[in-house]
Design a protein around this ligand. Structure first.
Ligand code: ATP
Ligand code: MG
Length: 369
């Protein structure tokens, strides 16, 4: 997959941008606040109609203006696609693929897949288990619509069961529906565990090797799936997992009523990340944290490639800071397949520019170097 060219009008700080990109590595240098992240955000928005940092589309429209326009020329699945999006302050956005209106963001799937690394992703290691569950959920949802459906259903059931457990003392009749919710949560939960286990198995095949090469052979990345205690083999079929989840629920029934909270289920799952055998959350250095997150992202890119036959476009925002020259060299020169966008600050000392294209960005204007 490749973004050949982009056009932006009144998107964030770009009054107008018209740019063509290399099919390999594109390095975008600029001082702070020139529009580097905004550009990657525009690419990601063309991919999924979602932004990693804006809650509302109107934030993407330039201050003082009512409409923004994005256009991407994409080569994907051996075909050319022109994606166009119009954002309006106060009315719904419009999206077109080769001139045909799209009804939902779902219809963008498979046209321009992207994998994004942004500085906030370091929280994937530093924060609690919820951040790692979000990482797993996002990527598996992208690949498996059945997982996305099960996750949506599980969240609805979880919220409902949480209300039952919160209010049952004031309203005991609520308990009549508890068994039904428990059963449905165990059913959908077993689907989540099954898919997560299979995805993590593939992650374990890819990410540690990338991390090892990234760190010049110095570090071992370890990954482990931790789920509901009674589950003996998380990769087993949902049908085999179901009785194990029910058993765990049953043994926690009284504790859940006492705590008035959902205690049992895959909403507590963890993806344990270790660097050289020590939990990364507590012990990894800044560079090691960055290396681990980036290795996980590169592994996702590899898995998406194996799954679909095409590399998603890799968007690396501000990835080079805190990396020593050897690790910078890995980012710039050894991600050798697929299209990559890398932003960096002017004063990041680059170990030579990679093959591909380099740009300087100043006040929303992009100039080839
Ligand atoms: P850094 O190196 O600090 O990360 P950057 O080049 O990534 O900088 P961006 O995050 O892309 O910078 O932001 C560039 C500028 O765009 C900022 O000054 C920001 O205030 C501005 N900006 C953001 N949203 C809008 C908007 N809707 N309209 C106009 N300008 C905006
Ligand atoms: Mg930025």
């Amino acid at each position: 997959m490749q973004l050949k060219a982009i056009e932006l009008d009144f998107f964030r700080n770009y009054p107008h941008l018209d740019a063509a990109f290399s099919p390999s590595v594109n390095v975008i240098c600029g001082e702070n606040a020139q529009g580097k992240t905004n550009l990657l955000e525009a690419v990601a928005y063309l991919s999924s109609a979602r932004s990693h940092r804006a809650r509302y589309d109107r934030e993407l429209i330039q201050f003082g203006v009512d409409n923004a326009f994005l256009k991407g020329e994409i080569f994907s699945r051996s075909r050319d696609f022109t994606l166009e999006m119009r954002l309006h302050r106060g009315s719904r956005r419009q999206m077109f693929s080769n001139g045909v209106g799209l009804k939902s963001a779902g219809e963008l799937s498979g046209i321009l897949n992207t994998v994004l690394f942004c500085p906030e992703d370091l929280n994937l290691i530093r924060e609690g288990a919820a951040a790692r569950r979000r990482f797993l959920d996002d990527i598996i949802c992208q690949m498996r619509p059945k997982y996305a459906a099960a996750l949506g259903e599980y969240k609805r059931l979880y919220e409902h069961k949480t209300r039952i457990l919160r209010d049952w003392e004031e309203n005991p009749s609520l308990l009549e529906t508890l068994d039904d919710f428990n059963l449905r949560m165990a059913q959908t939960g077993s689907i989540l565990i099954h898919y997560r286990a299979h995805f993590i198995r593939r992650l374990c095949q890819e990410a540690p090797a990338i991390h090892k090469s990234f760190s010049g052979g110095r570090e071992e990345l370890g990954l482990a799936y931790e789920t509901v205690k009674t589950v003996t083999d998380p990769q087993a079929s949902p049908r085999q997992l179901l009785p194990q989840l029910l058993e765990h629920q049953e043994s926690h029934r009284q504790a859940e009523l006492d705590a008035r909270q959902c205690l049992s289920g895959p909403h507590k799952d963890e993806l344990a990340v270790l660097v050289n055998g020590a939990p990364a959350k507590q012990f990894a250095s800044q560079g090691q944290t960055r290396t681990a997150v980036l290795s996980l992202k590169l592994a996702c890119r590899e898995i998406l490639y194996q799954d679909s036959g095409e590399y998603p476009v890799l968007l690396l925002d501000d990835v080079l800071s805190e990396l020593d020259p050897r690790r910078q060299e890995f980012v710039l020169h050894r991600i050798d397949q697929g299209q990559v966008f890398i932003t960096c600050c002017e004063d990041d000392r680059l170990s030579g520019l990679p093959d591909g294209a380099a740009f300087r960005l100043r006040e929303g204007r992009l100039v080839s170097l």
